[in-house]
Ligand binder design. Sequence first.
Ligand code: F6R
Length: 599
Amino acid sequence: MCGIVGYIGHGSAAPVLLEGLRRLEYRGYDSAGIALVQRRRLKVHKAAGRVEELRRRVGDDAPGSVGIAHTRWATHGEVTDANAHPHTDTSGRFAVVHNGIVENSDQLRAKLIADGVQLVSDTDTEALVHLIAARAEETDTLEAAVRAVLSSVEGTYGLVVLDSKRPDELVVARNGSPIVLGVGEGETFVASDVAALVRHTQQVVYLEDGEIATVRADAFRTSGRAQTVELSEEDYELGDAEDFMRKEMAEQPEAVRRALRGRLDPRFATAHLGGIRLDPRELRNVRRVKFLGCGSAYYAGQVGANLVEELARIPADAEPASEFRYRSPVIDSDTLYVAISQSGETLDTLAAVQELNRKGGRVIGAVNVVGSAVARECGSGVFLHAGPEVSVASTKAFTNMTVSFAMLALLLGRVRDLSAAGGARLVEGLRALPDQIQAVLDTDAEVAEVARRYAKAEHMFFIGRVRGWPVAREGAQKLKEISYLHAEAYQAAELKHGPLALIDRDMPSVVIVPNDELLTKNISTIEQIKARGGPVIAVTNATLPPGLVDAELRIPSNSPELDPILLTIPTQLFAYHLASALGRDIDKPRNLAKSVTVE
Ligand code: F6R
């Protein structure tokens, strides 16, 4: 969702800002805007629609060496030029870009209107710029004015403020919505996401929540220190791939290798996860594990819960963070909570962590983006090391979540009753995963052929049981979001309690069939579907009776506990090829954003 870019330095601001916005397009947006200081006056351009349209309006050689820019994902008010950021005060001297939500904006706007201010947009952000302009009359510095205004604001923000009469500084502020500074040579970059910075610098400083700072071309003072991000422009480039989802699926073997690197201990048949900061005694005292995340991250948590129960024999479950945060959860001091988020920005997940911290729960993160809000709020955890994920549909981050949870489960198991031999089997299994994932990716052409065969279906079931159940849910999710086909996940044994009525020859079922102790049960589920004329596509490593199913998407066998990680891969390819056959915009599915920073 919304993205921020800012620049102050010796160079030309417009190209940096426009290129930065382009880098943030993947997050999802519906309008864009830019404010530049030209001869101590603001020049503002806005465009509902794409960044490319904004670029056309701004032109390639717009002057100005300081500016701010924004991509907006509408929350307050429609998608119009007027509602796009930056917002300016009545005199046109100040400009603001803002990510997040001002919760008391109705009161703030009402007060401004009562004071005779004419508001020109429907946004919460516009109130901020008018208030800052009024305060700046009374304060010595812009920072003091911003500080005073933000003390009366309820809600979340990542904010950049520009005063055209002070073109040598920007004021930045963060509360719940990330702001990161990029350190250049005589120039400073500002962004809501490092993706917009890595072209220019690898030296970055993350603002802390509650922090407000004045940024100049060659100086700024923040509580955090500069750190080096190990990301470059190429990490955000397509290269030879058709789209990011394809690129990111193909990166999974390497992403899993990165997640495993230095974390497996063959000698003691366990895993090292130093970042969770729990010693063996504390690990032994964990009586329950609860995984919290949204969407695919929640389904990855379900895979994690199964792994923890199987390997460590302690109760574990997963819950959507969006439910957890609102139901006044009972926080148990013996429970280890795991907050899962690729982006580290999902508002519901962040709010769940804040609720846990407020109530004294013990929470660790499983986060991909270093320095993100969820990672910071957790303070400890497992970084996923999947590399940047640009496609809206999560693939490699999902896989690395499940791999990380396998290591967590192994660790919890090994401080309990999981034997050294059992641990060694898991260590070997984890090590085998990257090559096995590659082997599944190599079946791409066969999966594509099957996907094309079913591209005319209007509805599809994804059926799984126990280990296969979260795989089915994630498979249905992938198909829905990128193909827009109606896909519904169901537990295998539940089918006969109602949904079996929907089965006919036009309702294909993708059935997840691990080669485990429930194989015969899954075979009888398939027989029930076939008896009613329903086509069945099995995702399996088992040997199925000849002629039982209409198509098989095969995976190699690992340890049964780890097989769900492999079973997910064909469902990604299946969704991808089906969506391609339907001509969908794979990386930018309609109505969806990569980072969901609103409620
Ligand atoms: C699905 C997908 C979403 C995300 C969800 C949580 O492919 O990507 O369901 O998993 O929005 O996002 P993060 O992991 O960034 O918290």
